[in-house]
Design a protein around this ligand. Structure first.
Ligand code: ZN
Length: 508
């Protein structure tokens, strides 16, 4: 961005207003983080009040008429728009502003209220394995999501779902996703059948040791430091459902949990969230906070960063060459693993019911099922009442398991109860982007494995910073993918990664 000349007042004022709105938003994020980590249970009601006020203020600030006026002035300033980065920024500010102002306030309020109630209803329905209790809420949520999608106008494709997807993966359509997912699914199913039919012993037993929480936390922090996560600008805390919050410039919070019999699961979770966190720390927030240029491209690209560190780094032999002695140092004599056994332990493939516990090979099948279902729920092809029947039949078809209860079937995820419809496919898009980026990184840095085996991730992070992080939202995901790898998104790199690693391990 041109620094030599002073930017006009209307642009500076616009950026200042966006920064104020983002700062309010960051207060909301801090309240959220606190709720998930340290808030005492009795603080819940007051917290809901605090958040309701803050989110209303944030929405007001983001949709103010003053932003609209300044934006129009900037858009008619030809000199300003001759700067490519500023032109991209303005285009995205317009997009966000139009989307935000298209939603009637009463609809926003109704969605917020329903989300909160529906999430509570879902929690109870899930713990009681009672789909019937959740069904009316699901119907309400889907109706509201259709209303929301309609408020944005008719999408080019004519398919309402695309307007919901656009919130999480701008520029992507359901038809494009189908074109990638449909041919990929049978190939994944075939791979999973071969792997799970193998007699090779691939087990994670060696990681099931007595590892005190303090030791696990210190181990996780050692890995974070090696990855390049800046702990002066971030933290690692404990929570029930791990997440990353890049809440403000200089403040990126990671969370993990230590309730697994294996120390591998918390480590993978920490590396996953740290992948998100490194992206957040690499965005140009200090200079551009509040502007699209300081934000992530999409959830798919965000997930590509987390899955890359979790899977492509964290489940590789090179990584364990470095990390096995680190684990020994933290866990002492009770840990008897070596590089080979840790590599095997990291790559166990098993058909299972729960998405968040699924391995690299089966994971995307879980996601594809959800994508098809939510698309059909929004189009009306699948009435909410038929969800369990449909889920169970498809699950059996894709994953070869008979779902014994809705609790570990269609009630397992929080997303739909919270109105997150159009979100699921971004998980698999993330895996696909990660694989495609990973091949390019290894072409650019042929000695990457050697460096990883020494615990040196500097050049890997440098590559991600240069090619992905520093651009913010300047390029849409598809464009970024082409710019970085020279090709459109393709399922081939992911298949090559999975086949190339897992077939030799399982001898199939
Ligand atoms: Zn993630």
């Amino acid at each position: 961005m041109a620094k030599s000349r002073a930017l006009p007042n209307h642009y500076q004022d616009l950026c200042k207003l966006l920064r104020d709105a983002a700062t309010l938003g960051s207060v909301d994020a801090l309240l959220n983080w606190d709720q998930e980590t340290y808030m005492p249970p009795a603080g819940g009601a007051a917290r809901a009040d605090q958040q309701a006020i803050i989110s209303a203020l944030t929405h007001e600030k983001r949709t103010s008429a003053r932003i609209g006026d300044l934006l129009r002035t900037c858009e008619s300033d030809a000199e300003l728009k001759s700067d490519e980065a500023i032109a991209a920024n303005l285009r995205l500010i317009r997009r966000d502003y139009d989307r935000a102002t298209k939603l009637p306030t009463d609809l926003v309020a109704e969605i917020a209220r329903t989300q909160s109630l529906s999430q509570e209803a879902w929690k109870h329905a899930r713990s009681n394995d009672d789909f019937k209790a959740f069904r009316p809420w699901l119907e309400k949520i889907i109706a509201l999501m259709r209303k929301k999608a309609q408020a944005y106008g008719t999408p080019t494709s004519g398919e309402l779902y695309d307007n919901l997807l656009d919130e999480y993966e701008p520029g992507m359509t359901a038809a494009q996703i189908s074109a990638i997912f449909d041919p990929l699914r049978p190939r994944l199913s075939a791979l999973v059948s071969d792997l799970t039919g193998s007699k090779a012993k691939v087990s994670s037993k060696v990681t099931e040791i007595k590892a005190p929480k303090d030791a696990q936390q210190a181990f996780g922090v050692a890995v974070l430091k090696a990855m390049g996560f800046d702990l002066d600008a971030g933290r690692l805390d404990v929570t029930t459902h791990p997440f990353c919050s890049g809440m403000a410039p200089g403040d990126t919070r990671l969370t993990t949990r230590y309730n697994s019999p294996s120390f591998l699961e918390p480590l993978s979770g920490t590396m996953h969230e740290a992948g998100h966190g490194l992206y957040e720390q690499g965005l140009p927030k200090v200079t551009h906070f509040g502007q699209p240029l300081s934000e992530a491209v999409s959830l798919g690209i965000h997930e590509s960063q987390s899955r890359m560190w979790e899977n492509f780094v964290g489940r590789s032999k090179a990584f364990w060459s470095w990390c096995t002695p680190v684990a020994k140092k933290h866990f002492g004599k009770s840990f008897k693993g070596d590089v080979e056994s840790m590599y095997r332990a990291s790559n166990v493939v098993k058909r299972s019911f729960i998405r968040v516990e699924a391995d690299e090979a089966t994971y995307n099948l879980h996601v594809m099922l959800r994508f098809e279902i939510e698309r059909a729920l929004v189009s009306g092809d699948l009435p909410a009442k038929d969800l369990p029947k449909f889920w169970n039949a498809r699950f059996n078809e894709y994953l070869g398991l008979k779902v014994p209860s809705d609790k570990i079937g269609c009630l397992q995820d929080v997303h739909w109860s919270f109105g997150l419809v159009g979100y699921f496919p971004t998980y698999t898009l993330g895996n696909l982007y990660a694989a495609q980026f990973w091949e390019k990184i290894n072409r650019d840095q042929p000695d990457l494995e050697k460096k990883m085996a020494r615990g040196d991730f500097t050049d890997l992070l440098g590559w991600l910073r240069r090619n992905i992080h520093r651009h913010g939202r300047r390029y849409e995901a598809a464009e970024l993918c082409r710019k970085v790898t020279g090709k459109d998104l393709s399922p081939e790199p992911l298949m090559r990664h999975l086949e190339g690693k897992l077939r030799p391990l399982y001898k199939v």
